[in-house]
Design a protein. Sequence first.
Length: 223
Amino acid sequence: RRVRGSMLLNRLKNKLSNGIKKKAKRRLLLHTSSVIRQEDKRYSPIFGDPKIVDLQDRIIRVDQAGEFGAQRIYDGQLAILGGTDYGPVIQEMRDQEQKHLDTFNKLMKERRVRPTIMTPFWDVAGYALGAGTALLGKEAAMACTVAVEEVIGEHYNEQLRDVLETSPEDTELRRVIKEFRDDEMEHHDTAIKHNAEKAPLYNVLYNGIKLGSRVAIWISTRI
């Protein structure tokens, strides 16, 4: 009887222990789900803070457009210079832009951000700019890279400040912007090392492309 009583007591203890563990797991799951829902709501077009949602929409939209445009510029340059000694350098930069573009495409889907309606235009304009500067020579292609990447680097710095002021807890967006800014500045420095400043009419190319890049950013942020 004592043995049976002990066995029954152990069974009761085990059931009680398992019941407590199951309840604890359910509470943890409910808490985690609640936190996830609250985090999702921050970026939801319906439930999120309008200021935060508007800022993150603008940032992701314009950055996706910028990375797409940069990729198309390098596509145009590769079409002309792909078989030269500058080809591998341009290809490496183009591959990084693809990584950037894939990341922003993913963020657009996750945060339900629409792309700019100017995408078809940037498709053609970016390729034309890349091919056109490459036709002027290797140095002119590098001058184009210097101008574009300098503007993008400055723009990413402005975005970092905006995110820190309005939503410092958005570590994912901050990390992405910082990492990609550093990549763009590396492209800028690479182009300088490959004789960008020796391009014919360098100042005209440099300033003209910078102006065009700033206009493209302004437009893509808004429409």
